[in-house]
Design a protein around this ligand. Structure first.
Ligand code: PEP
Ligand code: MN
Length: 346
C-alpha cells in the first residue's frame, strides 16, 4: 500500500503518517519524490484499514499495490531507480554501463590482460567469477579467495570497477569486501536466505534471472533484497531454458520491456549466456541496447580457445571493441550514452 502525500505536504504531516503506520504495527518507508512524497506501508497482511490513513492531513490518495511484488513495482515508485556506481555513473538512468570480462578468473596474467583489453574497448566494469557455480562438480570451480585478490589487483592497475559472483553467505561477505557490485547467479535467484543477506550489504546487487524463472518470480526475488534493506538492485536477463537447443538458452529480449513496464529497477542483458555462441553475442547486444537495456554483462577472454569456462561464448578482444562502437552509436540514437572509463585508450 502506498500513501501519496499532497504536493506541499508539511514534514509534520509526513511524520504523522509514518507514526500512524508504526502505531498500526507496520513498517513505513517514506520516499521523497521530485513532485511529492509517498510513504510505503510494508508488510500489509490484508488487514490494513485504508480509511484511517486516507483521512490524515496532507494525504492525497492511498494506492493499493495490486502486484505480489510491492517495493520493486512501478506503482510503488514511478521514476526509474538509478543505481549509483563508484565512478559517478548510474545504472538505470541515461547511462548505459558495460560489464565485460572472462567467465572466470584463471590466473594473474589472464585477468590483468583481460582487464586492460576491457578498458581499451571502453567498458567500465570488469566481470569475472572467483566462485563459479558449475553444473558438474568435476569442472573448474574458480580460484576462490585468490580470484578475489587478483580482481582487486586488476582494479588497482586499471581503475575498472569489479563485478563478481557470490554463491553463499560466507562468499557474500568476502565478495562484498572487495567487489564494487555483487552478482547473484541464475542458479541462486531463488536462494532466499542468500537474497535476504544481500539486503544487508552496502553494495549494488546484479540479480540474474533463474534458468526457468518467470518475470514475476525474478521481481519477487528482487523484492526480497529490497525488503531486507538494499534498494540498489540491477536485474539481468540471461536467457531461459527452452525446447530449442540451437542456442544455449532462449534470449528473452521482451523481458527488458516487460521489466521496465512492471518495475522501476534497471535491467542488464547478458547476450553471452543467453546464446552460448560468440558470433551471436554482438547482434544480440545491439538488439538489447536498442530494446532499452540499461547495460550489458558480456564475456570476453584474451584467448577464448584456452578459456577454463564458457570459451565458446567469450568474445575475442577485437570483437568487444567493435561491439562497443556499435552499441555506442545505437545508444545515441535512443538518447542514451555508453559510459567510458576515464583515461581510456580508445
Ligand atoms: C556467469 O555470469 O558466468 C554465470 C555463471 O552466469 P549465470 O548465473 O547466468 O549462468
Ligand atoms: Mn560464464
Amino acid at each position: 500500500m502506498l500513501i501519496v502525500m499532497k504536493q506541499g505536504a508539511t514534514p509534520e504531516q509526513i511524520a504523522n503518517v509514518v507514526a500512524t503506520i508504526d502505531e498500526m504495527g507496520y513498517r513505513a518507508a517514506p520516499m521523497p519524490g521530485k513532485q511529492r512524497t509517498s510513504v510505503g506501508l510494508v508488510g500489509n497482511d490484508g488487514r490494513v484499514e485504508a480509511s484511517r490513513l486516507e483521512g490524515l492531513a496532507g494525504v492525497a490518495e492511498v494506492i493499493h499495490v495490486s502486484k505480489p511484488y510491492k517495493q520493486v513495482s512501478r506503482e510503488w515508485k514511478p521514476e526509474p531507480t538509478q543505481v549509483p556506481l563508484p565512478d559517478g555513473s548510474t545504472v538505470g538512468g541515461r547511462d548505459v554501463v558495460v560489464m565485460a570480462g572472462p567467465c572466470s578468473v584463471e590466473s594473474e596474467e589472464q585477468i590483468l590482460t583481460a582487464a586492460h583489453q576491457v578498458k581499451a574497448a571502453g567498458a567500465t566494469v570488469l566481470r569475472a567469477g572467483a566462485f563459479k557455480p558449475r553444473s558438474s562438480p568435476y569442472a573448474f570451480q574458480g580460484l576462490g579467495i585468490r580470484g578475489l585478490e587478483l580482481l582487486a589487483l586488476a582494479r588497482a592497475e586499471t581503475g575498472l570497477m569489479i563485478v563478481t559472483e557470490a554463491m553463499d553467505p560466507h562468499g557474500l561477505e568476502l565478495v562484498a569486501e572487495s567487489a564494487d557490485l555483487i552478482q547473484i547467479g541464475a542458479r541462486n535467484m531463488q536462494n532466499y536466505s542468500l537474497l535476504k543477506e544481500c539486503g544487508q550489504v552496502g553494495k549494488p546487487i546484479v540479480l540474474k534471472r533463474g534458468l526457468a524463472a518467470t518475470i514475476p518470480e525474478l521481481l519477487l526475488s528482487a523484492e526480497y533484497i529490497l525488503a531486507a534493506g538494499n534498494p540498489n538492485v540491477i536485474l539481468c536477463e540471461r536467457g531461459v531454458r527452452s525446447f530449442d537447443t540451437t542456442t544455449r538458452n532462449l534470449f528473452d529480449i521482451a523481458a527488458i520491456s516487460v521489466v521496465h513496464g512492471l518495475s522501476h529497477l534497471p535491467i542488464l542483458a547478458d547476450p553471452s549466456h543467453a546464446t552460448g555462441h560468440r558470433d551471436m553475442v554482438p547482434p544480440m547486444a545491439r538488439a538489447a541496447i536498442a530494446a532499452g537495456a540499461d547495460g550489458l554483462l558480456v564475456e570476453m577472454h584474451p584467448n577464448p580457445e584456452r578459456a577454463m569456462s564458457d570459451g565458446a561464448q567469450s568474445l575475442f578482444p577485437d570483437q568487444l571493441e567493435r561491439m562497443m562502437r556499435e552499441i555506442t552509436a545505437i545508444a545515441e540514437v535512443i538518447g542514451r550514452s555508453v559510459v567510458t572509463p576515464t583515461g581510456a585508450t580508445t
